[in-house]
Structure formats: C-alpha cells, structure tokens
Design a protein around this ligand. Structure first.
Ligand code: MSP
Length: 654
C-alpha cells in the first residue's frame, strides 16, 4: 500500500522550534511506522517562501528575498537531519517545479469558472498571511487566537476564488467521511465555520514576490498567487503534479495532512479541499490537527517576539545534563514530545520535563533492562545468546499487548497511549528479570532455567527495540547493535513473533544507552578498573536496579490517616480511600480489598506516596499510593505499613 504523509511547509521568517519539530517528528514517526509495515511511503516537508513578511524582512536586510530565504531553508534541512527526520522530499516554494504546479493548478480552476477578477478591499494580517473582513476582526486585530496582532488595510485589483460555491459539497464530504477531519472537536469547528457562510477568497496579491498567475488568465499583470494558495499546492507538486503523471497517479490523494490547529479550519479543512474540487482532483484522505506547545503557558508561535526553544540548544542541554550522545538526546526529545503531548490538546514544553522523562523512562525503564540483561549474558554465557527457547506466556502476552496498544494508538493519533503500552511491556520485562532472578539460577546451577530466562529477556529487548524504533530510531539501532543483531532488517510483523533472535548471537558490551546524570558527573573520577569494580558491585546486588539517594529523595513519602473507605464498584480487589495527609485530603484507589474490609481501615495511619502522578482507576481518580508489603503473588497477604509510634498526619517519611 502507498502512504503519502505531509507536514505543513514552514515559513522562512524564522528557523525550526520545538513546535515545528513536533509536527515534523509526528509525521516522521508515522512514516517510519508505515515503512516498517511495508508501505510505500512518501513523506514530504519543506519551506513556504513567498510570504509578504519574507519580502519585508529581506528589504530590511537589504537582500533579495530568495537570498534571505536560502540560509533559513538550509537551516531547516540541517535541523531535520539532526532530529533524524526521514523525509523523502523537501520542497521549497521557490523551486521551478512549484512554479509549474501552481500555474497548472490555477489554469484548472480558472477553466472551471471559479476565478474572477475584481478588487480587494479589506484587512490583511501579515504574520498570519490572511485576509479578513472588517466584521471578522477582534478589537480591530487579527482574530486568529494564535495571533491577535495588528492588521493592515489593503485595496488592490485581485482575482477571487469562488469559495462560496463549495460549502454544501464540503459539508456533505464531512458527513460522508466521519474520519476525514480529526480530532472530532475540530471537525465541529470546521462545520460551524462553513455553516457561518463561506465568502469568496482573494487569491492574489499585487506584488513582485510570488508566482505570477499563468499568462492565459487575462488582466493578471502584476499579480502573484496569494501565498496560501501557492503553499497548499506544494502537496500536489511533491506528488509529481503536473509533470509526472505516473507518480501523481500513484501517490495522490495524500493519506494524511498533519498540522497544528492554527492552520486547520480556514485553510486545510475548507479552502484546500474546495480548490481541489474545483480543479477536479480528489481531496486528501485525512487531515489532523494537533495542539500547540507552550512554554510556561506562553504561546511559542514562530513569528512572535518571545524566543521559542529551538531543538538544537535543547539537545545540547540534554547532553550537558546527562552525558549522553547527541543521537540519544535526539531520541529523548522525540520521545518526550510524543509521550508528553495529548494529541489535539496543548502541551507545555520544559527541559526539566524532558530530563525527567529521560531519567525515568529512558535511563531507568529502558536502559536498565539492557544493562541488566546484556551483562548477565556476558557473565553467565560468555556473551552468546542461548538457543531459542519457548516463550514465557506472561512476557509474550505483554509484548502482544504492546503491539496492539501501539497500533491502536497510531490509529487514533494517541501516541502517548501507544508509548504507555510499550512502557508497560518494558515494565513487564523488568519484572520478569526480577522474578526469575537469573543470578540466583546461576548460583544454583539451574542451567536450563537460566538459558530460558536469559533468552526470553534478550528476546524482549529485540522486540522492544523494534517497538520503539519509529520514535527513537537511533536508540533502536544501538539496542540491536548491543544485542548483536547485524544487518537486521526490521519489519513490524517481527514484533508479534517469538523466537526470532538467533541463538548464539554475540552480544556487544557497551556504554549505557541513556547514561544517568550521576554517571556523567562521576565519569572523570577513578580509573577504568575502579569504575569497572563499581559496576561489578551493582551486578552483585543481584542485577537489581540501584537508585541514587537523590532519586529516592524525589519521592514524597508522608504519614496519612484513612478517614473514609468504600469498595469500588465492579472491582473486587479495589478500595477507594480518603486519606488525610496533613494539609489536604486525597482520594486513593488501593488494591487491598482481599486483605482489608473498608470499615476496619478508617482511622488507620498509613504511609503515602504523595507526589505520584494521578491516575484514573476504574473511573476513580487516584491521587497517591499507600505503601504495603506482601508475599509476591498473594493478594491476601497484603499488609499496610504504619508508623510504629504516633506521628501527625503529613509527617515526612525519609
Ligand atoms: N506556511 C504555513 C503553512 C503552509 S502549509 C501549506 C505556516 N507556516 S508556519 O511556519 O507558521 O508553521 C505552522 C505550523 O508549524 C503549525 O501548523 C504547526 O504544525 C507547527 N507549529 C508552529 N509552532 C508550533 C507550536 N508552538 N506548537 C505546535 N506546533 C507548532 O503556517
């Protein structure tokens, strides 16, 4: 199957930010995932250069607008290379192929009677490159909530596109194709926009900067195509229009146009399909709008004066803070942006948040799995993966759930949910190692068992590398390299198969995949041998994960008192508790119902993890966790941990 996916083409009045990087990364992840599935992918991005703003900036700088755009376009190419973006085509609207496509497209809509000459009188927002009627302005300014800047009066001869003709057809298309526009709430916004009445749109500017209307359109001297009408056509150009009919036949219509909410309703979801309908071309299969990244709650749109974070300095910060390679920092940024943003909603970007994810999810969950299992294969099996073994049913089920969770996530653009599913699998793999305790098997000389456990754990790493590869391509390569898989050709179907890792594969000892900050800080100290002894000590703890005191201190443990308790409907193991932790009362869901009745808990003093991320369990929001001990696997042995002598509610436990 073919899969054609596009990013918006970015204006060249500024360079890439973590905002534009997000859209581009999301598309890259989808492109990589579809390639793994064997699809014939066309993934395109580029720069939108015929903006009025570029002309003005170039004039201010005293250079030709194309000369102004060149280094910025080159910087985008460089940033995307650094972020491991695997696009197939990077288009600049100043290229001759775009010139040909725009003119051919305008001829088509002109022939169809949808272009007429008149004169435009109204407002224009230069940063947004959008025409507005007086009635649309908000307090005399640009009505786009992402913009809100002053507008300029324009009065000039122009060509108009008969947008008003297409309202009914667009509404019908939306109704007949319920998944055409996502998310749903944006679709509703589009429907209201159309129902509010579509006015014909001015599609030219009187300017020297832009693509001229084709000579066959009369009285068009001095008029260039309006930057948006030009930019949207890039999607056709990249698919081969109008020169390469075979390519165009293969790839058009696009399968997905991806963008943020700012350019969805007015341009992509309405004007663009109407223009395509007019030109007699099929409309894209799907269009999706994600939210905006903010920084400390502030918008970071590119044309604003506030300095938005750029990807490269962010990567440098991650490298400085952790001692990882730039490639790994890039993986971490990609992971963070997908894991942290709920698709469709806004998200707040922070380097601290990124470093937290790095430490918790990448260094701990993923890194630990690697750096417990591979050294054990080294130690107990001379660095050779044991012969393939039958799967551990629980581990295999966890892998399956991860594959399904990711697939479901991608289908719904719920990358966060997809990654959570993969991380549950990593959790299961780490637990598997804990429970099977290969170090104990080695000590007891249980060789067959040890083979089984080591093989399963290594196979889990192979599957994990494949699962994370669309999001963290470079880390996945490194995981496979350390596992000893050379020239391994990944395909998505390998994630659902057990036993593909060949027995006898020679693993590679290597530096930590995602080093921890402490490791980076300690690195200069001690000889190599001393450091090696240090890691041997860690291994001697039975392969268990060591945490630093700093890590431990991040957990806010407090004394609490249960003041109410009740069963959770439909869940026989769960109780819903209200716990007083001194300065507040929290609701917590605890899986202790097989060991305690609700009534006997009231008044009990407990120890609470007070800074655990809230989670919704069976529809109840749980805002903390109560500590308990148990005999692993026996839900009836659960025993709450209580302070041995009286302590007030809220007292710190350290
Ligand atoms: N040139 C037009 C698009 C033409 S497409 C035919 C344009 N360019 S832009 O440079 O302003 O890019 C807008 C897009 O950049 C958004 O739709 C989004 O994809 C991305 N983002 C820019 N800032 C962003 C955030 N702060 N957060 C999320 N996405 C961001 O509009």
């Amino acid at each position: 199957m073919k899969y054609y996916i596009t990013t918006p083409i970015y204006y060249v009045n500024n360079v890439a930010t973590v905002g534009t990087a997000y859209t581009t990364i999301v598309c890259d992840v989808l492109a990589r995932y579809h390639r793994l599935r064997g699809d014939d992918v066309l993934f395109t991005t580029g720069t939108d250069e015929h903006a009025e703003r570029v002309l003005r900036l170039a004039r201010e700088a005293g250079v030709d607008p194309k000369a102004y755009a060149d280094p910025i376009a080159a910087q985008f190419v460089e940033d995307w290379r650094r972020l491991n973006i695997s696009y197939d085509d990077f288009i600049r609207t100043t290229e001759p192929r775009q010139h040909r496509a725009v003119q051919a497209f305008f001829e088509a809509i002109y022939r169809n009677g949808d272009l007429y000459r008149g004169s435009y009188e109204g407002w224009y927002c230069v940063p947004d490159e959008t025409f507005f009627a007086e009635s649309e302005l908000v307090n005399g300014r640009c009505p786009n909530p992402e913009c809100g800047r002053p507008v300029e009066w324009v009065s000039e001869p122009a060509y108009f596109f008969r947008f008003s003709r297409y309202g009914e057809r667009l509404l019908r298309h939306i109704e007949e194709n319920p998944d055409w526009l996502v998310p749903d709430f944006r679709k509703n916004e589009v429907v209201s926009f159309i129902r509010g009445g579509l006015r014909d749109v001015c599609v030219t500017r009187q300017s020297t900067w832009g693509i001229p209307l084709p000579p066959s359109i009369p009285d068009s001297e001095g008029l260039v195509v309006y930057v948006w009408a030009d930019a949207l056509v890039n999607y056709l150009t990249c698919a081969g229009y109008p020169d390469d009919a075979e390519k165009f036949q293969r790839y058009w219509p696009a399968d997905l146009h991806m963008m943020a909410k700012d350019i969805f309703t007015r341009f992509h979801a309405t004007l663009w399909p109407a223009m395509l309908m007019s030109a007699g071309l099929p409309v894209p299969r799907q269009m999706a709008a994600h939210g905006y990244w903010t920084v400390a709650g502030e918008k970071i749109s590119k044309s604003r004066s506030a300095k938005p974070p750029r990807p490269q300095p962010v990567l440098e910060e991650v490298v400085a803070a952790t001692g990882c390679t730039v490639d790994r920092a890039c993986d971490a940024l990609r992971y963070y942006e997908l894991r942290e943003m709920t698709f469709g909603q806004d998200g707040d970007f922070s380097t601290e948040g990124l470093l937290r994810r790095y430490s918790d999810d990448l260094a701990n969950d993923l890194g630990n799995l690697m750096h417990r299992v591979l050294p054990m294969i080294g130690r107990y099996r001379g660095g050779r993966v044991p012969a393939a073994q039958p799967p551990d049913p629980q581990l295999q089920a966890a892998a399956r759930a991860a594959v399904e969770g990711w697939e479901r996530g991608v289908e719904r653009f719920d990358f966060r949910g997809g990654l959570e599913a993969i991380w549950s699998f990593l959790g299961a793999a780490n637990r598997f190692v804990d429970q099977q305790a290969p170090w104990a098997l080695a000590k007891a000389g249980a060789e067959a068992e040890l083979d089984r456990v080591l093989y399963s754990a290594a196979e889990a790493i192979r599957i994990a590398a494949l699962l994370v590869s669309p999001v963290m391509p470079s880390a996945a390569d490194e995981m496979e390299r350390q596992l000893g898989l050379r020239d391994w050709k990944r395909t998505w179907s390998q994630a659902s198969q057990w036993g593909l890792l060949p027995g006898g594969t020679k693993t590679q000892q290597a530096a930590p995949l995602f080093p921890k900050a402490e490791v980076a800080a300690e690195r200069p100290a001690g000889t190599k041998a001393e450091r090696a002894r240090g890691s041997a000590t860690a291994a001697d703890t039975g392969g268990r994960t060591m945490v630093s005191i700093k890590d431990f201190q991040r957990i806010d443990l407090r004394v609490g008192e249960v003041i109410a308790a009740e069963p959770v409907e439909g869940a026989d193991k769960l109780l819903k508790l209200t716990v007083d932790i001194g300065d507040e009362q929290r609701t917590m869901v605890a899986g202790i119902a097989l060991s305690y009745r609700a009534a006997e808990l009231v008044g009990k003093k407990v120890v609470v993890v007070a800074n655990l991320e809230p989670a919704t369990i069976r529809g109840v929001r749980s805002e903390g966790m109560i500590l308990a001990g148990w005999v692993k696997g026996d839900d009836r042995s659960i025993t709450l941990i209580s302070p041995e002598r009286a302590l007030p509610n809220g007292a710190k436990v350290t």
